[in-house]
Design a protein around this ligand. Structure first.
Ligand SMILES: [Zn+2]
Length: 358
């Protein structure tokens, strides 16, 4: 197969995709609030303290560094940054971006919430622990339960130990946008440590995600990670304990619950498809069989593949090589996920019950 050129692949990328690409290849340690907000910070390539700035000035992951050109000022776009940091050749990058490892514009790195100094990892850990301990367990009828019941109708599942609810302030560029009920999910690494908390911002009045809008009309994400105290690679939100050695993994909260309703398999979720492809089964839980509940995404014209399926197949291959029994589940209809599939099944069930009753 002939590989597409990098310039062709990146031609349609928005700024968000450049950010996701950069975030995928640079180490978590340099991806600080200062980095993302375009303030001076250490250079991922040549070090220092404040010589580097991620400017995004052409919305192509642009950066400058005072020393990166043999001690003189240098810079470039996100491809140049990743290539120089990783020492990958253009050919290697091209090969990867033609394959399954291209970036997803989902769950992007956080923008800073204030003008604080960059947080070190201990401070990040304190911050996510504060959010977790400051949130309450779910109770019947609360905003989180109402939201889940609306998204996954008929939901019956063990009470989630890894989800909590809080009323959180939503900050954007030093502006308080509002206070919202927020689902706080604990994202846990294979060794049991918490790496970050993922937050779903809910509408105050109806069981739906909030529409968060700034004063000048910019729509902000209602699903976000907080700072990552540790690299999230390999982790998941552990929604319920595995049963009889069987565990499912899905991309999203709603698809995980829908898979549980459809198949009865206790299922965790990874937040996005890149993290799904990196999922690691923790030791000590007796898991021998992994069910992958893939999103059946439309074909990406850039790669000729369904992104969700491609990453699910990658995970299947790796887990099999690690000795697990793996069952890959795909929704019946292209362009849907298991949440859609469960909603359809539920509606049909309701209709047939009505027909029997009538
Ligand atoms: Zn540099």
């Amino acid at each position: 197969m002939k590989l597409k050129d990098l310039s062709v692949i990146v031609a349609s990328w928005e700024s968000r995709q450049w950010d996701a690409f950069v975030a995928e290849y640079l180490p978590a340690g340099v991806l600080t609030d200062a980095f993302w907000s375009g303030r001076p910070c250490p250079c991922p390539i040549c070090g220092g303290k404040d010589r580097f700035t991620y400017t995004r000035n052409r919305d192509r992951g642009d950066w400058v560094c005072r020393k990166c050109n043999n001690g003189s000022p240098g810079g470039g776009d996100g491809l140049e940054l990743v290539r120089r940091y990783t020492n990958m050749s253009y050919f290697e990058l091209k090969r990867r971006l033609n394959g399954i490892n291209n970036p997803v514009p989902l769950d992007l790195p956080n923008r800073p919430v204030s003008d604080r100094k960059p947080l070190d990892s201990a401070a990040k850990m304190r911050r996510i622990e504060r959010q977790w301990t400051g949130a309450a367990s779910l109770t019947p009828g609360d905003h989180a339960m109402q939201y889940l019941a609306a998204r996954v109708p008929g939901l019956r599942a063990p009470k989630p130990q890894s989800l909590r609810l809080a009323v959180q302030e939503y900050w954007h560029e030093k502006q308080l946008i509002g206070k919202y009920p927020t689902i706080v999910a604990q994202f846990t690494l294979p060794d049991g440590r918490m790496a970050t908390v993922h937050r779903t911002t809910l509408d105050r009045h109806k069981p739906a995600k909030a529409t968060v809008v700034t004063a000048d009309g910019e729509i902000l994400p209602n699903k976000r990670n907080d700072v990552s105290a540790l690299s999230p690679r390999g982790g998941a939100v552990r929604l319920m304990p595995p049963r009889d050695g069987e565990l499912g993994i899905a991309e999203g909260l709603e698809t995980a619950y829908a898979a549980y309703m459809l198949f009865g398999i206790p299922t965790w979720y990874s937040l996005n498809r890149v993290l799904l492809s990196q999922f690691v089964v923790p030791d000590g839980l007796g898991v021998h069989t992994v069910h992958i509940f893939a999103d059946f995404d439309e074909i990406d014209v850039k790669t000729g593949k369904s992104p969700g399926m491609a990453d699910a197949l990658g995970l299947q291959k790796r887990l099999r090589s690690e000795g697990f029994k793996v069952v890959l589940h795909r929704p019946r209809v292209r362009g849907t996920d298991f949440c859609d599939e469960w909603r359809t099944a539920y509606q049909l069930r309701q209709l047939s019950e009505q027909a029997i009753a009538a």
